[in-house]
Design a protein around this ligand. Structure first.
Ligand code: CO8
Length: 258
């Protein structure tokens, strides 16, 4: 499918998804979200790491599209929120690592998109925030759920109640991003991280992701039981046989994600 608002680049087993709606700083309307939903559900099986970034120098994603939201009624608002939440959840539950390379404004739905990714790295020029209350709405693409989990309730509530916009160094300090880089270094660093993941066993990464993500909301006994079960599943994979044989025979493993 040809996309109007998405650009897709391939670098080996790494796919780079650029959100590209330049007239509105890559704001997410239902057309952009619809394309994202299609892209995620048709992501080819050869992709082993997905990097999401914003097209252009200024914005990752400047939020949900305010012009589209302005005239929604309560039911339409709920439906729009559901659409975004569904797309972001599909990204979050992909069985591969997803890295957000936050190149500029990540506001509202943009910050929420970054939070649905496994890992966030950012340009020093990036800015983050949940400014929704200034528009008379609340974060609607799962931000009230994910932000407190990532940075704790106290600071999440401060950000959401004040709508304040924080700089990249503050996002790093509070743990919203893993690292910040000069703008020109952002994509090379994202690709470097992706390469490190590509050298490891895809099955193991997928199971680790499932254990971390699904285990997070369980109690300790349930989370540990889940890990036990997924750990056991590793031994049903060829990747495990290959990884351990390679170690014992002192050679580099050749993983196939099987
Ligand atoms: N929606 C629609 N258009 C946008 C958005 C947006 N979120 N952000 C920017 N634009 C447009 C501007 O209107 C402008 O268009 P035009 O050139 O036609 O006037 C163009 O992009 C460029 O923007 P600016 O001229 O404003 O650029 P500045 O450099 O002056 O400012 C900012 C950049 C600070 C990013 C500014 O554009 C801004 O504040 N944008 C809005 C940020 C925001 O409030 N985002 C949160 C939106 S709400 C949200 O995301 C809720 C998610 C959950 C939804 C649940 C559904 C029910």
């Amino acid at each position: 499918m040809d996309y109007e608002f998405l650009k897709i680049e391939r670098q080996g087993a790494v796919t780079i998804l650029l959100i590209s709606a330049p007239k509105s700083l890559n704001a997410l309307n239902s057309a952009v979200l619809g394309e994202m939903e299609h892209f995620v559900s048709h992501l080819d099986k050869d992709t082993r790491v997905l990097i999401i970034t914003g097209d252009g120098e200024k914005a990752f994603v400047a939020g949900a599209d305010i012009a589209q939201m302005a005239h929604l009624d309560p039911q339409q608002g709920e439906e729009f929120g559901r659409l975004g939440a569904r797309v972001f959840r599909a990204i979050e539950t992909l069985p591969i690592p997803v890295i957000a390379a936050v190149n500029g404004f990540a506001l509202g739905g943009g910050c929420e998109l970054a939070m649905a990714c496994d890992i966030r790295i950012a340009s020093v020029k990036a800015k983050f925030g949940q400014p929704e209350v200034g528009l008379g709405i609340i974060p609607g693409f799962s931000g009230t759920y994910r932000l407190p989990k990532l940075i704790g309730q106290g600071y999440a509530k401060e950000m959401i109640y004040t709508g304040k916009i924080i700089r990249a160094d503050e996002a790093l300090r509070v743990g919203l991003v893993n690292a910040i880089y000069e703008p020109e270094e952002l994509m090379p660093k994202a690709l470097e991280m992706a390469q490190a993941m590509l050298s490891k066993a895809p099955c193991a990464i997928a199971l680790a992701k499932q254990s971390i993500s699904d285990g997070y909301d369980l109690n300790a006994d349930e989370a540990i039981a889940l890990e036990n079960r997924l750990f056991g599943q590793c031994f049903a994979t060829r990747d495990q046989k290959e990884g351990m044989d390679a170690f014992l025979t002192k050679r580099k493993p050749d993983f196939h994600g099987e």
